[in-house]
Design a protein around this ligand. Structure first.
Ligand SMILES: C[S@@+](CC[C@H](N)C(=O)[O-])C[C@H]1O[C@@H](n2cnc3c(N)ncnc32)[C@H](O)[C@@H]1O
Length: 205
């Protein structure tokens, strides 16, 4: 995507009522006003709150929101020009249960209060196979701790991946974390067949 196009999308994101782009200092130097208040202040209901982390263009966020109108969905990604597509589609389709946040997942505890979240989806994250990239892997121990802190006691985390490495690494990380205090019970749903890249977004569950 050309830089002109990116700039256009950034500017358009600023005009969307369903896009939030807090500055880093808004999150780390102050209490973000919507932290703990997403349902009351933005969605205006008490429906379950579901996050998609590293949402890219927001296809899952929008697709799940259409399928489950009684849940609230927030897609989060650092790349605003990508989720512009999902935010625009949600506006065009008049979906009241969708929002997007441009932020680093590392700051998720500054965006959501303890127990505020019911479900987390992580869809096809970059497996970050090189050892020196471990800190960027979205299911490393530090990230799992952050997710646990914002999920309620019955909260669920879904990981969808077609990377054997990511699948094995995540199971291993869960086992390692359990040794120091249980954080969850992973359940593996084996694919009926090997997923193809082309059907990544058609199979939402
Ligand atoms: C491989 S893409 C997957 C996108 C989408 N989930 C899909 O299935 O098409 C990973 C996405 O995660 C985002 N991402 C990776 N690490 C992130 C971080 N620490 N904070 C915010 N976004 C991140 C990237 O910007 C990218 O859009």
């Amino acid at each position: 995507m050309g830089s002109k196009n990116k700039l256009k999308r950034f500017n358009e994101n600023d005009t969307f009522h369903n896009v939030f782009q807090p500055k880093r200092e808004d999150l780390v130097d102050a209490v973000y006003p919507l932290k703990g208040q997403w349902n009351q202040q933005f969605f205006k209901n008490n429906n379950p709150l579901v996050l998609e982390l590293g949402c890219g263009k927001g296809e899952y966020t929008v697709g799940l929101a259409e399928r489950y109108p009684n849940k609230n969905f927030i897609g989060i990604d650092i790349k605003g020009a990508r989720f512009w597509r999902g935010a625009k589609t949600a506006i065009e389709n008049e979906l009241p249960n969708v929002a997007f946040i441009r932020a680093q997942i590392e700051l998720i505890e500054e965006l959501f209060a303890a127990n505020e979240v019911d479900e987390i989806w992580i869809t096809f994250p970059d497996p970050q196979i090189k050892y020196k990239r471990t800190k960027h892997r979205m299911t490393n121990d530090a990230f799992l701790k952050r997710y646990k802190n914002i999920l309620n006691a019955d909260g669920i985390m879904h990981l969808k991946t077609d990377s054997e490495f990511m699948h094995g690494y995540t199971f291993g990380t869960f086992a390692w974390s359990r040794a120091r205090g249980p954080i969850c019970q992973p359940r593996c749903v084996p694919p009926r067949r090997q997923p193809r890249r082309s059907d990544r977004h058609s199979n939402l569950l």
